[in-house]
Design a protein around this ligand. Sequence first.
Ligand SMILES: Nc1ncnc2c1ncn2[C@@H]1O[C@H](COP(=O)(O)OP(=O)(O)OP(=O)(O)O)[C@@H](O)[C@H]1O
Length: 238
Amino acid sequence: MDDGIHIEGLSKRYGEGDTAVDALKEVNMRIAPGEVVGLVGPSGSGKTTLLKCLGAVIEPTRGRMTLGGEVIYDSDQGGWKTPDLRALRRDRIGFIFQAPYLIPFLDVTDNVALLPMLAGRANAPSRARALELLQALDVAHRAKAQPSELSGGEQQRVSIARALANQPPVILADEPTAPLDSQRALAVVRILNQMASQYQTAIIVVTHDEKIIPTFKRIYHIRDGRTVEEAGEGRDIS
Ligand SMILES: Nc1ncnc2c1ncn2[C@@H]1O[C@H](COP(=O)(O)OP(=O)(O)OP(=O)(O)O)[C@@H](O)[C@H]1O
């Protein structure tokens, strides 16, 4: 089974000739449903490039990527499996960023329900799903509030609910804890672990954050475009 995330021989070259940059060099990764792994590496090592390839934002040069049991990209089979990369991103991949990027003129429920609605689901089940997620993330009491009325931590939890809204098999989190103090950063990681296990989502967390690195059970180190897998400390944060 190839559920979760499976990356095989993924390479990305920017540019051509003398100025070409090989940002990813035959990267292999496998993340199981329900698993949260860290992706760490120095500046310029290829982390953003890897997230962009997985998130169908840029096209790899070679390799194969499987998300939730479906091959989404195979360079030996013509590249992307679907021409509609926007729908792929919307329906199959959740994104969490350093800042929550909530839509200021929609209330909390609609911020979460918007993606299922855009994916063609009816309003009532989309809102019901949003409320269920807000409950799971302990912000349901703010369901009718505007984003500007929320604390930073509440906004971050709403952005995690939004990432889960279309039940994607995969969530890509780019430095989700960088601006947070230690306690709040660990709370976000705890939530990501709970959500991964509750919804059987595979989560990659790109991070430099020394506060959360000891919490991962598995870490991929990336250096100069190549990944090395390592057992993490898996420090208990329950
Ligand atoms: N659009 C581009 N064109 C050419 N080279 C690029 C492009 N984007 C990134 N690179 C190069 O690819 C390599 C990997 O960059 P990438 O942004 O993936 O690193 P990163 O690990 O995310 O770094 P940081 O932690 O600083 O964000 C770097 O050498 C970078 O200069």
